[in-house]
Design a protein. Sequence first.
Length: 137
Amino acid sequence: MLDALARELDGSATAASSGKRARRILNVAVEDAVKHGTLKANSLPKRRGTAPKSSAAVDKRSLVGRDQAAHLLAWVRRRSRGGSRLHAFFAAMYYAGPRPEGAVAMQVVDVRLPGAGDDDQWGELLIHSARPEVGKH
């Protein structure tokens, strides 16, 4: 059963986090069966520390570079339907890094930009809510 949980339907290996979660869920189900007397003991092997580790490294080839981002943002801005609005959305996500639901929830009053002559050229984006639902806005 553990081998089946570690494979997709096509036979390929599942992601490390998916396999780990599936093993935890199975262990809870077996422990519950033991508690209710359906099984005599939990025969699942103790696998502490043996689960495959997922990599936290990001492949740099999948990241958007500064020049590529500038070209993409310029292309978005030129779109006739909502180009300037989408440009602001994607530019905020690229330069400031909020999640999409945080970027959608921002309003003009939530953005503080420095003046042209200020020594400190850092701005501030206030993300105080999220809108995870999908809609026309």
